[in-house]
Design a protein around this ligand. Structure first.
Ligand SMILES: [Zn+2]
Length: 90
């Protein structure tokens, strides 16, 4: 999910995210406009379950959120490796 920067309106990159609960996720964003570089968080939550799967056992309980290590990319993401001509000579 991408969000627009609240300061300049550019698209902001997702930096990392973490579940606050089984139905709420907080995501950290950074504006891709280098002159702005605003960082902010956003919450995403389950608003309404439209249809539950048919189950015979306890269908009332929501599934546990997936356990995942926090993964923080460097400032410019995975495509930030220096090109060959930018490499420092050995
Ligand atoms: Zn911005």
């Amino acid at each position: 999910m991408a969000l627009k920067c609240p300061e300049c309106g550019e698209v902001a990159y997702t930096r990392t995210s973490a579940y606050e609960s089984a139905t709420v996720k907080r995501t950290w964003y950074q504006c891709r406009n280098i002159d702005c570089s605003c960082t902010f968080t956003a919450l995403e939550s389950v608003e309404k379950i439209i249809m539950k799967p048919a189950r015979t056992d306890d269908a009332e309980q929501l599934p546990e959120p997936p356990v995942k290590e926090a993964h923080i990319l460097n400032r410019y993401g995975s495509n930030s490796n220096l090109s060959k001509r930018q490499q420092i000579p050995v």
